[in-house]
Ligand binder design. Structure first.
Ligand SMILES: Nc1ncnc2c1ncn2[C@@H]1O[C@H](COP(=O)(O)OP(=O)(O)OP(=O)(O)O)[C@@H](O)[C@H]1O
Length: 253
């Protein structure tokens, strides 16, 4: 993990290198202020887990980072550009919770189509099918796939063109333990190759798989730390207990 405190560069130099820099973000959805005065720095080449209960604001934060969420105040910079800037389109990938593939096409046809749209090299199609472990199903219609297989097709689409930032909203939901482990291995490999990954989950035990944790509750940042450091600070044995400890501390300061 990049230790910002020990980074010898000046703050402006560091900020210029951040994959994501958020300051004073406020997002209002419907009648509700979902995020208010939210700050976050995500160093490049890291795998950050965005964890929090359902409704805590994870998807809203991700939407703001990829530039599809109207914001009421503050700033969101991605790879040194304002979130949603046209030039970020090929550099940032976003996978939502709803698989977005054509059900009347096979996996391979879907990926060929998206590779064309994204201007990604044709050779990427076989690479990403292999990365998400769908080689055996490549010529199957998307309509006949399971939910877990469909979400892996969405992930494969996100890997086309080798994006620098991957924003993945609950990519492991509904997957069996073996597949979950394989996907987390893939996420670590992508980060080791230089990509920045933001992966959300409401399952606290997924925290163990992330090098850096951002814990959210009701739109507030509860913690931004590594798991070992979080456990040490809270004196708790696991991420779930740490989360409960922080919630109780925030409610009874
Ligand atoms: N379109 C919308 N209009 C109004 N409120 C919304 C809308 N979408 C989300 N919200 C509210 O914003 C809050 C945060 O929702 P968000 O989807 O960001 O949470 P989340 O942590 O991603 O939840 P989950 O894990 O269930 O996906 C919730 O209170 C939710 O009800």
């Amino acid at each position: 993990m990049v230790n910002l405190a020990r980074d010898p560069r000046s703050r402006p130099e560091r900020d210029a290198c951040l994959a994501v820099r958020i300051r004073g973000l406020r997002v209002i959805r419907g009648a509700r202020t979902v995020l208010d005065g939210f700050d976050l720095d995500v160093p490049p080449g890291t795998l950050t887990g965005l964890l929090g209960p359902s409704g805590s604001g994870k998807s809203t934060l991700m939407r703001a980072i990829v530039g599809v969420q109207k914001i009421a105040a503050g700033s969101v910079e991605v790879l040194g550009r304002p979130a949603g800037a046209a030039e970020l389109r090929s550099r940032v990938s976003y996978v939502t919770q709803a698989p977005s593939v054509y059900r009347d096409l096979t996996i391979r046809q879907n990926l060929r189509y998206f590779a064309d749209v994204l201007n990604a090299p044709g050779a990427d199609v076989d690479r990403v099918i292999e990365q998400v472990d769908l080689v055996r199903h490549a010529d199957q219609l998307a309509a006949n796939l399971s939910g877990g297989q469909l979400s892996r097709v969405s992930l494969a689409v996100a890997l086309l063109g080798t994006p620098e930032l991957l924003v993945l909203d609950e990519p492991t939901v509904g997957l069996d333990p073996v597949l979950r482990q394989e996907l987390w291995q893939l996420f670590h490999q992508l980060a080791a190759d230089g990509a920045t990954l933001l992966v959300s989950s409401h399952v606290m035990d997924e925290a163990e798989r992330c090098e850096r944790l951002v814990l959210l509750r009701e739109g507030a940042l509860l913690a931004d730390d590594s798991l070992p450091s979080l456990l040490e600070h809270t004196g708790t044995p696991d991420a779930e207990q740490a989360f409960l400890h922080l919630v109780s501390k925030a409610s009874h300061p």
